[in-house]
Design a protein around this ligand. Structure first.
Ligand SMILES: Cc1cc2nc3c(=O)[nH]c(=O)nc-3n(C[C@H](O)[C@H](O)[C@H](O)COP(=O)(O)O)c2cc1C
Length: 305
């Protein structure tokens, strides 16, 4: 079955993309879920300077999902370019790699794009304007249409690769944000990131996470993220769209495609079952055969018409 799909400026061999922050720098999972088997992998968000991340504990389990407050811990741009990217390419010469950019300001986003443009390994930028776990994790862009528009316009002027924008579910107007991103020239929109959440330890009488709040991911958020993807596709049917949030089986991935998504990111599910990718690919293939669909384009968005 032909699982190839076109999204946001290029073609992927299959629609499944490892979500940023859940696939490390692409080498950690080499044995369990090789990067070349994914349509693409998105590396951990990179910021201009190294970030230690939030106070631990930084993760906890919850019903049908997890809450993380990693706080964009990462090695910073310099080490990313000098060590992490070369190691990724050496271990995964055939993989498609997308860099996730996390800026605190417009200038920082532009600095990251400028330094990473022209590095042939990187096929697209995903702008993380939706991290709920740090005070300046981009959410001030993601919840503000004017700031989002300006960011995408400026990024498009200097970026050598397609620009994808990962929108937050924590705004009252995700369609409005997607609309200005599309008008500003975004090559794709990713819907969505985690949903702000918390958990309390009733023995310690304290919040579980060192940062008190974190982002909820996993099956718990699937219906909410799917709704946002669906609404964006209904409003902007021409905009390349990537679904993200809660996919832990092929049936949920198919729902994102029926809602209008050309590709689907998967994160938390791979922590519990590193073989999730094989399962979702098999399911998609069997589904298309059973339904008589010869390509993803044939059924993409059918539920939104
Ligand atoms: C431990 C962890 C770390 C994450 N780090 C990032 C990150 O650095 N950048 C980003 O854009 N999203 C990050 N995310 C969000 C995921 O990319 C994804 O949007 C979210 O988890 C929803 O998808 P899922 O339910 O399939 O996990 C992280 C998620 C988790 C669970």
């Amino acid at each position: 079955m032909n699982l190839s799909t076109k999204v946001g400026g290029f073609e992927l061999s299959n629609p499944f993309i490892a979500a940023s922050g859940t696939y490390g720098y692409g080498t950690e999972y080499s044995d369990l879920s090789p990067a070349k088997e994914w349509g693409a992998v998105i590396l951990k968000s990179v910021s201009k300077n190294p970030r230690p991340g939030n106070v631990p504990p930084r993760c906890c389990e919850t019903d049908s999902g997890m809450i993380n407050s990693i706080g964009l811990a990462n090695v910073g741009l310099e080490k990313f370019v000098a060590e992490k990217l070369p190691a990724f390419v050496a271990a995964n010469p055939d993989a498609v790699c997308i860099a996730s950019l996390a800026g605190e300001t417009l200038d920082e986003f532009l600095y990251l794009a400028e330094k990473l443009s022209g590095i042939g390994t990187i096929k697209a930028f995903e702008l993380n304007i939706s991290c709920p776990n740090v005070a300046k994790g981009g959410m001030h862009f993601g919840a503000d249409c004017n700031a989002s528009r300006k960011l995408v316009e400026e990024m498009k002027k200097i970026s050598s690769v397609p620009v994808w924008v990962k929108v937050t579910p924590s705004t009252t107007d995700p369609v409005g944000v997607a609309t200005v991103c599309a008008e500003a020239g975004a090559d794709a929109v990713v819907a969505t990131n985690t949903i702000p959440a918390m958990k309390i330890d009733i023995t310690r009488c304290r919040p579980v996470l060192g940062n008190t709040f974190g982002g909820l991911s996993g099956p718990a958020i699937f219906p909410a993220s799917l709704r946002i993807a669906y609404m964006i596709h209904r409003a902007l049917p021409e905009l390349p769209l990537v679904g993200c949030g809660g996919v832990d089986c092929g049936e949920k991935a198919v729902q994102y495609i029926l809602a209008g998504c050309s590709a689907v990111e998967i994160g938390t599910a791979t922590f519990r079952r590193p073989d999730t990718l094989a399962e979702v690919k098999q399911f998609l293939s069997d589904y298309m055969e059973k339904m008589g669909f010869n390509s993803i384009e044939e059924f993409r968005g059918l539920a939104a018409r």
